[in-house]
Design a protein around this ligand. Sequence first.
Ligand code: ADP
Ligand code: DP6
Ligand code: CO
Length: 354
Amino acid sequence: MTSATAIAHPNIALIKYWGKADETLSLPATGSLSMTLDVFPTRTTVTVGEGAAVGEGAAVGEGAAVGEDAAAGTGAAESADRDTLQLNGRPATEGELARVTKFLDLVREFAGDTRPAAVVSENTVPTGAGLASSASGFAALATAAAAAYGLDLDTRDLSRLARRGSGSASRSIPGGVAIWHAGDDAASFSETVAAPPLAMVIATVDAGEKPISSREAMRRTIATSPFFPAWIPSTAASLELMVAACAAGDFTRIGELTESNALRMHAVIQGSEPPIRYLTAASTRVFDVVAGMRAHGLEAYSTADAGPNVVVLTRPEDAAAVAATLSAEAGIAEPVIALPGPGAYLVGAGSDES
Ligand code: ADP
Ligand code: DP6
Ligand code: CO
C-alpha cells in the first residue's frame, strides 16, 4: 500500500474565474488572480492499495455501516474495486465521490495504474459555501494523489492537474498571490506573482451549502446570461490592470479592481435564466459597512465568490480594525483574519509492502 497526505488552503479571487472555455480540460474563459489564505487548511490522505485492502480501509467502515453507506457501494464485491471517499468525517455522497473518482481516473491514466484509492479528507472551511472548499479540496487531493500514484510533478504541472478537479484549485498549488493563465492545456497553469502586503477578513454570514454549485451555475450563466459575452473582455482587461497594480504595489487600485470585478461577476450570474442570486441581504449589509469604512478613512474592499459570504480585502495593519468594525456594524460573529498562505504541500508519504 502507498499512502500520501497533503495540505492545501482555499484561495479567494481578486479577479474572478467564471466560465469555462473547455469543460473537459477545465480551461477558463479568462485568466484570474487570487490570494491563497493562511487559514482553513484541507488535509487529504490518499491510500492506493490492492483491491480488498482498499475495501477494508477506514473510508468504508465496518459491518452494517457498509450497507448503510451509499458511497461504499452496494455490495462487498463492488467496494473492493472502487474508490472510497470519507469527507469531513462522514462517507461522501455519490456526487462527491463521482467527482473525486473522475479526477483519480485522470491521475491513474497519467500513472498507468488502475488500482482504486481510499481518500480521507477534512476541510476546515465550510464545504460548498462560497469560501473555496473545492480549491483547497482539489489542490490537496491533486498533491496527495500525485504522490500516492508515483507521479513526480513540478508546481506548474501540479497546478494543471489540480485544475482538472476544480478550476480554482489550480491557484491553491502555488502560494501567496497567484495568477491562473487562460490558454490551452499546457499554458493554463498557475504561478505566484509579486504583490504588496495584503490581508483578508472573512465575514461568514451563512456557512450552509449553496443551493447551486459553482460548476452548475457557470454552465447556466454561459448558456443563458446575456451579459456573459461582455464579462470575458471586461475581466481580461481588469486582470491586466490588476497585474500592473500588483507589480506597482498600488493597494488602492488593487482594492478598487477587486470590488468592481466581484460585483460584475454577480451581475452576470444574476442575469441567468432562471436567475441565480448568491448574495443575500446579509451580504449586501457587509458591502455597505465596508463602503462606510472607506468613507471614514479605513481602506477596505469587498468581494464574494459563488455564495453569500463576503471577504474583505485590506492592508495587514488595518485587518484588526476591519474585523472589529465588521463585528460591531455588520453583526459578524467571528470575522477571521487571513494573510497570504503557503502553496499545497505534502506532509507524509510512505509505502507499506506488507
Ligand atoms: P465552494 O464554494 O466551496 O468551492 P463548489 O460548488 O465550488 O463550492 O464545490 C463544492 C464541491 O467541491 C463539494 O460539493 C465537493 O464535491 C467538492 N469538495 C469540497 N471539498 C472537497 C474535498 N476536501 N475533497 C474532495 N472534494 C471536495
Ligand atoms: C466564484 O473553481 O469552484 O469562486 O472549476 O467548476 O470546480 P469548478 O468551479 P470553481 O469556481 C470558482 C468560482 C469563483 C471565482 C474564483 O474562484 O475565481
Ligand atoms: Co469552488
